[in-house]
Design a binder for this molecule. Sequence first.
Ligand code: FIX
Ligand code: ZN
Length: 419
Amino acid sequence: MKATLADVSRSPLAEQVESIVMSTPVTDMHTHLYDPAFKELLLWGIDDLLVYHYLVSEAFRYLDLPYDKFWSLSKTRQADLVWEALFLQHSPVSEACRGVLTTLHSLGLDVKRRDLPAVRQWFASQDVDAHITRSMELAGVRKMIMTNSPFDDLERPVWERGFRRDDRFAAALRIDPLLLTWPEAAPQLARWGYRVAAGVPSRKTFDEVRRFLADWSQRLDARYVMVSLPADFAFPARTITTQLIEQAVLPHCREHGMPFALMLGVKRAANPQLRLAGDGVGASNLAVLQNLCAGYPENKFLATVLARENQHELCVLARKFRNLHPFGCWWFTNVPHLIDEITRLRLELLGLSFTPQHSDARVLDQIIYKWQHSRRIIARALVDQYLALAQTGWPVSRTEIERDVSDLFGGAFERFCQN
Ligand code: FIX
Ligand code: ZN
């Protein structure tokens, strides 16, 4: 018989699992945060928290001003509008709203005063370096993997100049423009000294794309190569995207032992007027993943899927292909209800051979709520599994629980990357 939540939280096993899950350091394997050397590209503080695109799209459910008018305002004024609409005029019950409050509360701020100017004042007095350390401590994060794009005009010059790396941050090479907008990417590569021709790529062009990938993987010391793909992406297919994947990206990843990370199911610019907040979701055809994993057994694939409908199939595929490692509850699935469902599904189908969560934080402070909220859900799912095991006569020891949790919080990911 399954114990109820109240029973579970009273049991010594539950307390032990919760304390281990709440205190085990995690590798945050996909964020949009930056090493402090990138200066203002590392977002933090209350105004950035409030203009997070998750909150902007929620605020527009209530706001009636034109989109353009909103975008023409200063960040502070935009944040004021979001605060008014989502926190003062309605109770902030959504996950993204609650996240802001969890974060402020954990940082020691008195949220019940509803005093935005006081919160702003507090952040203005913080030192960024100390704030990184404090946020990481509160989140229990030991390392954050960035999303690094050579195609980003603000980011690229910093890499080209070179800087002293902060070992709290690691890099990942992001290549969406290369794979999804080749007609624009090709001339850029050519300008940077790679002998590529626009149009249908030739052998020479593929070799030069590989040279580009090798140069940037080395410059970044990248942990993996990553792309997000639209819901209607097909593989195999006779498209420039699939040719670049087969002839350049996969050989590059094989040669350097790097995983290729796929984020499947986004519908970019469903409402372009919302800018970054305007992307949507669609169910993917996961034959894509099956064909990649079966066709390229020497490659390693990290995968996350945006559609709820694709979560079960992703688990089944991971049972078939050990070169596939599911990770995270991405974006619209990063809400307690779905994290709970997806984590339980994965535990029941895959045991401990996956990475349950990444933060996808765009604002440093968000790691606090994203990890605190997820840890609680992961702990409860694990407690249920261990209680069910105990009922078979297989109790788990503290050491075994610690081993399992550290696998879920980065160990399984590191092993997958190394093998
Ligand atoms: O493609 C991605 O890495 C996505 O995570 C982002 O594009 C998205 O805007 C986001 O922040 C989701 O959490
Ligand atoms: Zn992301």
